[in-house]
Ligand binder design. Structure first.
Ligand code: F0G
Length: 462
């Protein structure tokens, strides 16, 4: 069954062999070479240069800004507000939306100090409706699933995709099937999928094993695939970069740093940057860099050891379960945008990630472990001179702190690395650990503890 009838403004193009199509098979693989599709917009080409839906860059900017004063769902959504840069649904269909996007851009003064940069910002995609960046792509792809008439949608996930998919599916009256690695996703994410009504299967394998089963399933049953190989997910996820640039008054930062797992998000943000440049919305490209955990670093190795010529898949292992991925599907897309923007790929240890997460917490922002690799990676990129102290940097925080409270509690109780190979390195975390203190219920006991803390602990940066 074809998965989309959408042809009005956009088409699909294979990233490998450039085969062009108006619909894809259910695995979203090119029928000629088996590689991934991306959306492109032939209608943007006009006699006067590139125009999204006929609009010049200044027209787009004021149109998008004007929509912020409106209350219709398609204008209060921080994704569909930018619909000129998205594939269009047929007129008879409305988007499935939870008012996603519209996420804050925060200053991180404490983290800036610790990374030795003058100015550091974080775009917090964990402030989306299901508390991760996945919602921006799920609103688009689930809407196309409904338009194509599917009764079931499905994904393989490390947790956030499944939470998001389940929410959007049920909002849109679609059933959802979740395939997750047993025991390897955080309880917060699993709980979300259950409450949002998904049929949730914990498979005795890892994420990469779940992807394999999902691929077989969608080839044999009428089930719509909502992993990020679905190019309509990528289109929605582009809007985080568009919204970021709008928040920066269209002045590009020098660097954008994003965590890398299956590499859909970096591909999406990079695609948006390149399209914004082509459309004249920005005058220059920020460098887009990806950070991975050392134990789940197939892209880091591919980039530095093989110059990006061939993927080096691996058995992935990291406490940041969101990015515990050894065979990233979108590595070619990510490679292209990193090379086009002049970015790089970095890796960080488990302890570096845990330290960075606590530092982001102390700026009053917080995030889930996978998001914290961005700050840990930034510190390394500054030390290596790739990021200059005076350059402006935006970290993309991908998930909310409450997604994985177990990691945070273990961190503060000093249990995260106890008895592991990281135990010695982890002693550096001590100053940031604040385990809860059990006291007698007396004023005296609390007063003493307060006074002690006042003498020993520094005031957070303003
Ligand atoms: N950060 C978080 C919080 C994630 O959940 C993910 C991916 C990533 C970063 C990496 O993004 O895969 O686009 O490179 N989570 C997926 C999931 C795989 O199933 O929830 P990516």
């Amino acid at each position: 069954m074809p998965t989309t009838a959408e042809t009005r403004t956009s088409r699909l193009r294979c990233v490998n062999c450039a085969n062009v199509a108006d619909s894809a098979d259910q695995d979203f693989r090119c029928s000629t070479c088996g590689d991934l599709f991306e959306v492109f917009f032939p209608s943007w080409q006009t006699d006067d240069g590139l125009r999204a839906q006929g609009h010049t860059a200044p027209e787009l900017k004021s149109l998008w800004l004007a929509r912020r004063t409106r209350f219709e769902p398609e204008n209060t959504s921080g994704v569909w507000r930018f619909r000129e840069m998205l594939p269009a649904l047929s007129a008879a269909y409305h988007p499935i939306t939870l008012r996603e996007g519209n996420t804050p851009l925060y200053e991180l003064p404490g983290c800036a100090k610790s990374a030795a940069v003058d100015h550091l910002l974080a775009k917090h995609q964990g402030m989306n409706p299901t508390a991760s960046f996945k919602d921006t792509g799920m609103t688009t792809a689930s809407s196309f699933a409904r338009q194509a008439g599917f009764r079931w949608v499905a994904c393989a996930s490390t947790g956030n995709t499944s939470a998001s998919m389940a929410a959007y599916a049920t909002r849109g009256g679609i059933r959802s099937l979740v395939l997750i690695p047993e025991g390897k996703i955080s309880w917060g994410k699993l709980a979300q999928a259950l409450d949002y009504g998904a049929l949730t299967c914990q498979l005795r394998t890892d994420f990469d094993g779940c992807v394999q089963v999902l691929n077989e399933l969608v080839r044999s049953m009428p089930v719509y695939m909502l992993n990020s190989v679905n190019p309509y997910r990528i289109e929605g996820q582009k809007t985080a970069a568009i919204e970021l640039l709008e928040q920066l008054s269209w002045q590009p930062p020098d660097h954008i740093i994003v965590p890398g797992g299956n590499l859909g998000n970096s591909s999406a943000l990079g695609k948006a940057l390149l399209e914004m440049k082509d459309l004249g919305l920005i005058g220059r490209l920020p460098k887009l860099s990806v950070v991975q955990a050392e134990g789940a670093n197939p892209f880091y190795r591919t980039f530095h050891e093989l110059g990006g010529k061939q993927l080096i898949p691996m058995q992935a292992e990291t406490l940041a379960t969101a990015i515990r991925i050894g065979n990233p599907a979108s590595w070619k897309k990510a490679l292209r945008v990193i090379q086009s923007t002049g970015g790089t790929v970095e890796q960080v240890t488990e302890v570096e990630m845990a330290l960075a997460k606590a530092e982001i917490g102390l700026d009053g922002v917080g995030c889930e472990p996978a998001s914290a690799v961005t700050l840990a990676g930034l510190k390394k990129l500054v030390r290596k001179g790739f990021v200059k102290h005076t350059e402006s940097v935006v970290l993309i925080l991908t998930g909310h702190i409450l997604k994985d409270p177990e990691f945070t509690l273990k961190f503060h109780r000093g249990e995260l690395f106890a008895g592991t190979a990281h135990a010695a390195e982890a002693s550096a975390l001590k100053p940031l650990q604040r385990a809860p203190i059990v006291l007698d219920a007396t004023l005296d006991a609390v007063k003493k503890t307060l006074e002690q803390s006042d003498q020993t602990e520094a005031t957070p940066p303003i």
